[in-house]
Design a protein around this ligand. Sequence first.
Ligand code: GDP
Ligand code: GDP
Length: 438
Amino acid sequence: MAKPLVAIVGRPNVGKSTFFNRMCGKRTAIVEDTPGVTRDRIFEDAEWLNYQFTLVDTGGIEPASEDIILQQMKRQAELAIEACDVILFFVDAKDGLVAADHEVAEMLRKADKPVIVVVNKTETQRDQEMLYDFYALGIGEVYAISSAQGLGIGDLLDEVVKHFDPVEEEGETERPKYVALVGKPNVGKSSLTNRILGHQRSIVSDIPGTTRDAIDTPFSREGKPYVIIDTAGMRKKSRIEDKTVERYSVIRSLAAVRRADIVVVLIDAQEGISEQDVKIAGYVHEEGKPVVIAINKWDAVEKDTFTIEEYNKKIRSELSFMAYAPRLYISAKTGQRIDKLFLLIDQAYENANQRIGTGILNDCIREAVTAVEPPSDHGRRLKLYYATQVSAAPPTFVLFVNEAGLMHFSYQRYLENFLRKSFDFSGTPIRILIRERK
Ligand code: GDP
Ligand code: GDP
């Protein structure tokens, strides 16, 4: 299950960052940072009463003239409504209500998403009295907190988690595979979506958008059910070219990635691989999703016998952290290799969901250890006792050893490659966790 996304929106200086930092002060890295991918703190995992969720720092509103601030706040709110599950609308007890708060409240009121008004900087008796004014926003729930002093945050989080969907039980019927198409603007997401859905678009109805505005379109191919998570239908704001646009497109893509079973990362063949592509792929990798890299607009590239190998080489080196992902050259325009794309999608999904029996897994590890001796340090040698697969999607293995500190990054990489040679994990990341057996 993807963790719910909780967005924080509001004017500059109301204390959004202070709250964000308080909630996510300690960064716990569960996956190694992807090399070559600079990370912004856009998403941070948080936990309350056994509920796991992700706070989204939509960020990016610089103090400026009131008009500009308002315009930016509207875009921020729009994004939150579109991509997130719960919205925290931050206002400032010291400032009281201001005109921009009213305008944004109006948008949020119309949204089909839970919105909680958070009155930050509530510390004194006077601040408390201000509170009633905020009910005038007409959004309903109003919570007073002080991010700086840590007041009221527990009550607020109690309310936040009430809005999360209960965890669904898996039914008997075949669950469709959720496929997300991600990539920078103009890479061809809408075109590919249309190409895949073809005539089906008019005959299938959208899954009613109960909690999300992003359109999920079910379809079937070769008798198998899929749902395409449509990040493409989202509005394009081509006139505004700034950091915020990029940040928002990352948030949109990642919201889709988290809900997906398989991700197709699209790269524009005409433009070649860009920094933004690497960033998007990095997020997909860290989410641990099965992935296929599709180089689109292949019809528009002048080719000779070396062209594919040149592209392959460039992509392999730029996306070296994703060496497991198959690459495919497609055209949304002509439909070239769309059938093959679905073969790879299915394969990646199956590979990510396979379970390796403990016996065969340990045979494989023993073979690896025989071929290359584990590292040692000051006369102490790493011993591998036992391995077991603890989960799938992505396949995750726990390896019990004598001393975790003796495990070398390079040896772990070797073991991963050995596993990849022994089993078919193409299209999926795999994780190896090292535990000491006492
Ligand atoms: P953002 O622009 O919304 O992210 O706001 P910041 O988190 O950067 O905070 C803006 C200013 O308000 C900073 O000077 C903070 O120290 C201050 N601030 C944040 N939270 C509180 C609070 O709960 N109480 C008070 N009194 N000040 C706060
Ligand atoms: P999105 O922003 O990722 O949804 O991209 P669009 O699907 O809107 O496509 C952006 C532009 O690229 C449009 O002008 C498309 O016609 C064009 N385009 C998309 N796919 C292909 C393709 O496979 N070949 C060519 N030649 N053009 C394409």
